[in-house]
Ligand binder design. Structure first.
Ligand code: NAP
Length: 479
């Protein structure tokens, strides 16, 4: 199945931090893919801005090398690469100084849409937003895109919002959570709101509980000292897992507009009950399999930062009262998996013989690997010999069902094009981010006061034993 590509109007996209890891690995290769399929036109400009004294030629070479490394099919696309590289400019700009701003202005065309992508440390957001305005580079139509982490707690998130709002309206600010750009995450909304099948079942009468898992098999090697200042709660739960929870739990918006969708997500966050301490498990992976543990990677033998969190969350509203959401995320776990599992209640009265090991109906929304949706159902085991039952999966892997197109788009490709189109649906609104921090902050504060060490777990395991107990206590188990 080939999707229809509608070209976007020519734009000037300034990437602050264009020589950095994220720009070279994700943003620019994503733009290249959109260029190859014709969505980004040759008249668009990508203006790389960073602090280094780099020539235009050296910047173009850097991006050529990045495409070869990170855009898998780029090597076969010689003519497209050459045309794409023509759209690049480099300007040396110091975010916190005066250098480069005037020259940057000379690259911006009066009639093209302007977007400023801040792929730099959040400590530079305020200075860049101020400089863009002070030098008259931001127009009322301009967009500004910022990367995670958006704050370290509620106070710092508020300060970042204030920094950005000095020069930009909320309607111009695009806060990226790349999870929202994933195909399956958007499909969750379509699955729920474009089908009549699920919505009547989507409540505590029919759903026993929900499990949201984002597990990584890698540790924090290489970025341990950076990660140690955040931990799993700040790095994953406050943003990615809460976004998945919101999309799963929200009420149907009245229409598919950015604010209607985001209003409903904020209501979910505001309905979250405070989490009881006994409903949270923190973990830290220990050394094993010949590799160092978290503390070695963090370079701090005493660190109390968690590399794993599991928690039971209750949503205090009519739809979800009595249906807990179990969240878990961690590093150095058995497999790299991200999924939302909707676990349905058993039939109220079973007329068939008891089936050993029956797990019941489940709808699994897989984000990775193999994005897709699986529905676990019970059927009769084929053949004679009485009424024996078996559980089978109705499986829809997008790549198989929809062809290579389903796999091809990276979240960043979609999100950058949404910025250009002016669609904020998949970006976090300021009040949403603040609401998420307001819920997470007391949990982190309590940990900081208690100063208890996270439970150790083995690399390659499913996390600490206590995380299994979190469900066992309720007569449930993780998938
Ligand atoms: P990085 O590799 O360290 O790159 C930082 C970029 O910022 C470089 O291009 C650097 O240019 C530029 N820069 C630094 N100080 C500057 C200044 N005063 N004025 C202008 N430019 C300046 O960082 P990154 O990994 O790309 O991450 C960028 C942002 O994205 C961070 O906020 C990070 O948390 C976030 N993020 C990254 C990832 C990822 O996978 N990398 C994922 C999610 C979010 P020079 O080298 O010329 O100094």
């Amino acid at each position: 199945m080939v999707s229809r590509v509608i070209p976007v109007d020519p734009f000037d996209l300034v990437i602050f931090g264009a020589t950095g890891d994220l720009a070279r690995r994700k943003i620019i290769p994503g733009l290249f893919h959109r260029f190859v399929v014709g969505q980004m036109q040759p008249a668009a400009r990508i203006i790389g801005a960073a602090r280094s004294e780099t020539t235009q030629e050296a910047f173009v070479q850097l991006i050529r090398d990045s495409l070869e490394e990170f855009a898998p099919k780029a090597a076969e696309q010689g003519p497209e690469i050459a045309a794409f590289l023509e759209t690049l400019r480099y300007v040396r700009v110091d975010a916190v100084g005066d250098a480069g701003w005037r020259e940057l202005g000379q690259h911006l065309r009066p009639d093209a849409l302007r977007a400023f992508y801040l792929s730099v440390s959040p400590t530079l957001f305020g200075a860049i937003a101020d400089n863009l305005n002070a030098h008259g580079l931001a127009t009322p139509e301009s967009r500004i895109v910022v990367e995670k982490p958006f704050g370290h707690d509620l106070a710092s998130a508020r300060a970042l919002n204030a920094d950005l709002r000095r020069g930009f309206d909320e309607g111009q600010i695009y806060r990226i959570d790349h999870y929202l750009g994933k195909e399956t995450v958007q499909n969750l909304m379509v699955l729920r709101f474009a089908n009549s099948l699920w919505e009547p079942l989507w409540n505590s009468t029919h759903i026993d509980h929900v499990q949201i898992t984002v597990a990584e098999s890698l540790g924090v090697e290489g970025r341990g000292e950076y990660y140690d200042r955040s931990g799993a709660m700040r790095d994953m739960v406050q943003n990615h897992l809460m976004q998945l929870l919101c999309l799963t739990a929200m009420e149907p918006p009245s229409r598919f507009t950015p604010d209607a969708v985001r209003d409903e997500k904020v209501k979910v966050i505001e309905a979250l009950d405070p989490v009881e301490p006994s409903h949270i498990v923190r973990g830290q992976y220990r050394a094993g399999n010949g590799e160092g543990g978290y503390r070695d990677h963090a370079n701090d033998p005493q660190t109390l930062t968690e590399s794993f969190v599991a928690m039971k969350v209750n949503i205090g509203n009519w739809r979800w009262a009595g249906t807990p959401f179990y969240l878990r995320t961690g590093k150095k776990l058995r497999a790299r998996t991200s999924e939302i599992a909707i676990m349905f209640r058993d039939p109220p009265h079973m007329i068939f013989p008891k089936m050993e090991g029956r797990r019941g109906n489940a709808l699994i929304i897989r984000l990775q690997p193999d994005e897709g949706i699986t529905l676990r159902t019970t059927i009769k085991e084929p053949g004679p010999g009485g009424m024996r039952m078996a559980e089978v999966s109705l499986d829809m892997t997008f790549a198989e069902a929809l062809g290579a197109d389903a796999e091809a788009q990276d979240a960043y490709e979609r999100l950058v094009m949404d910025v250009i189109r002016g669609d904020q649906t998949l970006f976090m609104r300021g009040d949403e981010v603040e609401a998420a921090w307001a819920w997470v902050d007391p949990i982190i504060r309590r940990w900081e006061e208690d100063r208890q060490a996270p439970a150790p777990y083995d690399p390659g395991s499913s996390g600490p034993e206590d995380a299994l107990m979190l469900l066992h206590r309720d007569g449930r188990r993780w998938r």
